[in-house]
Design a binder for this molecule. Sequence first.
Ligand SMILES: [Zn+2]
Length: 176
Amino acid sequence: MRASGRFVAGGGPGYPPSVRCPTCGSIDDRVIDSREVEEGAAVRRRRVCSGCGHRFTTFERAVPGGLSVLKRSGAREPFERGKLVAGLLAACKNRPVEAGDVEGLVDALEDEVRQRGSEVTSQELGLAVLDRLRELDEVAYLRFASVYKSFEDAQDFEREAGLLLKRTAPKRPTGT
Ligand SMILES: [Zn+2]
């Protein structure tokens, strides 16, 4: 699988990864200075573009925490990763799913949600979880959907479950 980001392990050549030059668009730069700023809360790097020689600055800082979930009632509560992981592990009980798969699912989900902002509705979150869980294990997906359904208005899930059953009913090996 090809990741969309460029990952560079360790601290060897090419680390930290280049950032696209704001002047010429080249994605090949050299870091000429890295230093802690804001009392260690951020790292400031001076970079020089290998394409055009332009010098520019990047900052690296922690993503602010505090993702919040907007419930249908209008109440907001903090996103609780541990609770979601526990719910998913329960749905995956006795299924061929590793705890690492669940952690990975939640990592990807958190990344996706954070890209959209610091708040997500409980419905968006539930649907995003189900989307990913379906890829992982269909039985776990149905279990999770039925739990979710018990506390959310669930037309979406009934439709989803119907589609899933339709899709899996005539399951035969294809081609091999
Ligand atoms: Zn450049």
